[in-house]
Design a protein around this ligand. Structure first.
Ligand code: BGC
Length: 350
């Protein structure tokens, strides 16, 4: 049996109450969440010796999450990643989104889903338990068209799998691209550079110096982006490459995209034996090695080392509303948007 509990976490600065939701399965694995930003706070899973540890970066207090600009554990949207100049055309009409990373729009704008207090309810499911969180995005909020009824479900199963399911409908045609922004660190070391990564991807989207894809692709073969077999992340980063600055922050095109759930990537840490396999129905995986973590002073509660965590963000490609040959992030008013990502945790010895 997987159990669900919910308690008060704390009050937000505006006085509203945020909740802590804990899912626990029969193996003792727990997932801690809050409805503030529909965020993952902790994922506690065993290492090869049976020690349970949290394997995602977290802050200590709710106030820290209110200050957060690294999207720790958050559900990110309405559109994850960047839209060039915050502009796009839909049905011949031009839309201007808020510009929160000049000159571009990123991760839903100034007050995206990560800064919203979501409604929530428990979910009882065969072989698992979970929580469904709901948010109603208003027409025009951050510039997006249409009222958007958004649901994200987090379900922990007795097989140590965490399913994240997104569902949405809108009263006008709009765009949508949700993801989760957890930073994984499978052994609690100072950085994830000793982790190993494998990605089912033969190519990445080529982006400019401000991370906007220009519509072309680079084959990963014979480049540091070749993760077709398990590779040490630090070693892949050490040779200089014109498309790599301070770490990976690149969109990998998942092989054989057809909208159905399939294995996208595996993250493995040899000393703990912890292994995370990511399955997704999405066409892209933004691999972000926490390049902009590393605040000036260690006393800052938001401090993390650069590269202390790695995000594996399943999503449509950055700037896809503006690149016609990328899979479309348009949600028609008469359709229901559905997308799923499953995190499978195991102990391995590769
Ligand atoms: C993006 C990075 C960005 C980070 C935090 C990632 O999803 O790819 O470029 O710095 O989120 O905003």
């Amino acid at each position: 049996m997987t159990h669900y509990t919910s308690t008060v976490l704390d009050r937000l600065s505006d006085g509203r109450t945020a909740h802590l939701i804990v899912l626990k399965n029969k193996n003792g694995c727990t997932v801690h969440l809050t409805n503030y930003g529909a965020r993952l706070l902790e994922i506690n899973i065993p290492d090869k010796k049976g020690n349970l540890d949290n394997i995602i970066l977290k802050y200590e207090t709710l106030a820290d999450y209110e200050q957060d600009d690294a999207y720790l554990g958050a559900t990110v949207g309405r559109f994850a990643n960047r839209i060039a100049n915050g502009q796009f055309l839909l049905n011949g009409k031009s839309y201007q989104l808020s510009i929160n990373q000049p000159p571009h729009h990123i991760h839903g704008g100034n007050k995206g889903w990560d800064k919203q207090l979501w409604k929530f309810e428990p979910l009882e499911i065969d072989g698992g338990a979970g929580v469904a969180m709901h948010h109603l995005g208003k027409d025009g909020q951050e510039g997006y068209p249409g009222n958007l009824n958004m649901t994200v479900r987090f379900i922990l199963t007795s097989q140590n799998q965490l399913a994240i399911e997104y569902e949405a409908d809108a009263d006008q045609d709009t765009i949508i691209n949700p993801t989760n922004h957890a930073y994984f660190n499978l052994n609690g070391a100072d950085t994830i550079l000793n982790h190993q990564l494998q990605i089912n991807s033969q190519k990445i989207t080529i982006a400019d110096e401000r991370n906007i894809p220009n519509g072309t692709f680079l084959k990963v073969e014979n480049t540091p982006f070749d993760f077709t077999t398990l590779k040490n992340i630090g070693e892949q980063l050490s040779p200089a490459h014109r498309l790599i600055g301070n770490g990976f922050d690149h969109n990998f095109v998942i092989d054989d995209y057809d909208g159905f759930l399939k294995a996208a990537a595996t993250l493995y840490e040899p000393t703990s034996g912890r292994c995370l396999t990511v399955l997704t129905s999405e066409p892209g995986l933004q691999v972000y090695t926490g390049n902009y973590l590393g605040r000036p002073e260690k006393s800052n509660p938001l401090f993390f080392n650069q590269h202390e965590g790695i995000c594996l963000e399943t999503q449509h490609f950055p700037n896809s509303p503006n690149v016609m040959h990328f899979p479309s992030p348009t949600l028609d008013a008469e359709d229901v948007f559905q997308s799923a990502t499953v995190l499978v945790f195991s102990i391995e010895e590769f």
